[in-house]
Design a binder for this molecule. Structure first.
Ligand code: LAG
Ligand code: CA
Length: 462
């Protein structure tokens, strides 16, 4: 069975970048479950190289579930605790490659590049794309053989076509399935052959969800992967960034597409909504220079407005990115003297916890409530001002302009008094103490939206 989207109505994913397992477990119980998040996507769980950079996570040494983020027992506890809170775990898995370099991994396994006795993999299990036992790097994104058979960032490239490698990778994923994970974020999917990924997925029990990392614009294209799972749409964070920074007049394009039957599909050139994982940012895009997405340093509330748009719109399966502050590209999450990531306390030690911001978490509840309801009552102000409803359930206004927008909005909401969930000051789920607006019997309300601000009405709050 191919999952077209996560198999739950509340399909919002939160990427808890670098969070340790005990902290994820607590967050599921205390926050994610109550606020309707469907899934938590977590950083790689297998043994990785040691070091304080965040990207050590993407250099596997073995498939032992011991990492900076915790032990196998802590991992298993996280999965079951989250499940009890109604939250599935989506596990980031690294199947394209093993490490560069040599040393001892986080769980104590020795390795040298091309030799990982704890799996075991030996030199014959890797691609040597230059021939004669010589490896070369991925250098040409327009050459599919170069992309899939050469080395990404100098990392030992696994030969997924070999039965022994496929068996090891299948066992790695099946072990995670057996612990109860709901799905996978398939790292570097574009660098592996879809046929090999398909064989691995097919061998798993329980048909876990998968969202695959495939960049646009290269020879290894999203359309080659969207029949075997969802694909992360990397065009979306870029368009959202341009729209909210107002750098290319893209917002108007967005708006004109809101009123077509195939939202965003034409002018934005995105993959179909039913196979798309809509991310607005991730660890790579926020760190790239120039940035490929909004990040926490973006001006004019752009990060939160982008998240509000993503959750209020009706494209794909949305992922809210929750990260930490960084002063340099390499810097990892805070860790203790043994190299373990320290427990997360939201809004301290650089942990940003964007997913807990009231406007964003309330919009997760809004997203769940509006479901697949069509876009209705689109209102356009300037190029940076838009209002749109979702059936008769919710209405969202975004004013990404430097001046106040006062307007009477026509909606399809039933007459009544509604709380603005964006300006809620109450941190409990499903209760709202924001300003209230009266929707008349003709479905209208009047509001003034401050510069770089938003407003959202729906009846799911008391
Ligand atoms: C991904 N996409 O395909 C991840 O989303 C991305 O974050 C991963 O790269 C990449 N795949 C490989 O899994 C990250 C960092 C790299 C880092 C790499 C391996 O973005 O910067 O490379 O993980 O740890 C680092 C150094 C490189 C060096 C390499 C090997 O930055 O300069 O060549 O390690 O030593
Ligand atoms: Ca490869």
């Amino acid at each position: 069975v191919i999952r077209r989207s996560p198999p739950k109505a509340n399909n919002v994913i939160v990427q808890l970048f670098e969070w340790p397992w005990d902290s994820v477990a607590a967050e599921c119980t205390n926050f994610l479950g109550p606020f309707g998040y469907g899934y938590a996507q977590v950083s790689p769980a297998m043994e990785h190289i040691t070091g304080n950079q965040w990207w050590t996570d993407y250099q596997p040494v073995s498939y032992i579930l011991t990492s900076k983020r915790g032990t196998r027992a802590q991992y298993a506890n996280m999965v079951s605790t989250c499940k009890a809170a109604g939250v599935g775990i989506i596990q980031d898995v690294v199947m394209n490659h093993m490490s560069a370099g040599s040393g001892v991994g986080f769980a104590g396994s020795s390795y040298t590049k091309y030799s990982y006795p704890a799996v075991p993999y030996t030199t014959s299990n890797f691609h040597y794309c230059a021939g004669n036992g010589q490896a070369a790097g991925v250098t040409d994104l327009n050459n599919v053989t170069n992309v899939r058979f050469c080395e990404l960032d100098g990392l030992a490239d696994l030969a997924q076509e070999q039965p022994a490698v496929q068996a090891a990778l299948t066992a790695y994923l099946q072990d995670l399935v057996s612990l109860g994970v709901s799905g996978f974020r398939v790292d570097a999917a574009a660098y592996m052959e879809p046929s090999n990924l398909s064989a691995i997925y097919s061998a798993l029990s329980g048909s876990p969800y998968r969202t695959q990392e495939v960049y646009d614009g290269g020879a290894s294209d999203p359309s080659m992967y969207d029949t075997i799972g969802d694909v992360i749409e990397f065009g979306a964070p870029s368009y959202v960034m341009q729209a909210f920074l107002g750098t290319s007049g893209t917002f108007m394009t967005t708006v004109s597409n809101l009123v077509t039957p195939v939202p965003m599909n034409t002018a934005w050139d995105l993959i179909p909504s039913n196979v798309a994982n809509f991310i607005m940012s991730n660890q790579d895009t926020e760190r790239s220079s120039p940035s490929d997405s909004l990040n926490y340093l973006s001006p004019n509330n752009a990060y939160v407005l982008g998240a509000i748009f993503m959750l209020g719109f009706n494209y794909g399966t949305p992922t809210v990115y929750s990260g930490y502050n960084y002063s340099t590209y390499d810097i990892g999450a805070p860790q203790d003297s043994s190299g373990h990531t320290t427990a997360v306390t939201c809004f301290q030690n650089g942990w940003r916890c964007e997913h807990e911001w009231i406007a964003i978490s309330n919009m997760v509840l809004y997203h769940n409530a509006v479901g697949s309801a069509a876009l209705t009552n689109v209102v356009v102000g300037t190029e940076q001002q838009v209002g749109f409803g979702r059936g008769s359930i919710g209405y969202l206004v975004i004013n990404n302009e430097g001046s106040t927008w006062t307007e009477t909005f026509k909606t399809s909401l039933p007459a009544g008094t509604y709380c603005d969930i964006i300006h809620d000051t109450d941190t409990a789920p499903k209760t709202c103490s924001g300003p209230s607006y009266v929707v008349s019997s003709s479905g209208q309300f009047t509001a003034s939206i401050a510069p770089y601000d938003a407003l959202a009405l729906f009846s799911g709050f008391s």
